[in-house]
Design a protein around this ligand. Structure first.
Ligand code: FES
Length: 155
């Protein structure tokens, strides 16, 4: 992974090189790369003069930050109570099977990251799946294929 030092310096300067903004810096880097590459984490820690272990601790504590490459699209399968009762686990199984990844992983082509969540706040649409910002309500294993095709075709 080629790291753009210029971009990292711009992010550092945006927060005045203030270490209390380290999480915001990580979020900005993640917007650029869709994850936080280890080299960028190391660079920021060096520049802020904090130990790598400390930066790593911050990066791994917050779920919003990923140290693993993420897919272009994130699929969230809801496993909250309503969705769980209406077949959410089967929907998750279908995605795992069709995409050939486990929950938390990213497909080899870098297209999708598969995750589960606890209640997306629209239980009437259970079982609910959210891909990026788009909701898919009352999903079945048949719609799983449609959802994947929709996002693949949109490329
Ligand atoms: S439980 Fe799935 S949206 Fe609430």
């Amino acid at each position: 992974m080629e790291v753009d030092i210029g971009k990292l310096n711009t992010i550092l300067n945006k927060y005045g090189g203030d270490k209390s903004y380290i999480l915001a810096m990580f979020q900005d880097i993640q917007k650029e790369y869709r994850y936080l590459p280890k080299d960028t984490l190391k660079y920021i820690c060096d520049k802020l003069n904090i130990p790598f272990s400390k930066g790593y601790e911050v990066a791994t504590f917050y779920k919003a930050i990923s140290l693993k490459p993420r897919g272009k699209h994130t699929i969230h399968v809801c496993l909250g109570t309503a969705c769980h009762l209406r077949g959410g686990p089967n929907i998750l199984d279908s995605f795992e099977r069709v995409l050939n990844v486990k929950k938390g992983d990213t497909t080899g082509d870098g297209m999708f990251t598969l995750e589960s969540v606890n209640c997306l706040g629209a239980c009437a649409l259970a079982p609910l799946v959210k891909v990026d910002e788009k909701d898919f309500g009352k999903t079945t294993s048949v719609t799983v294929n449609k959802i994947i095709s929709e996002f693949k075709d949109g490329e």
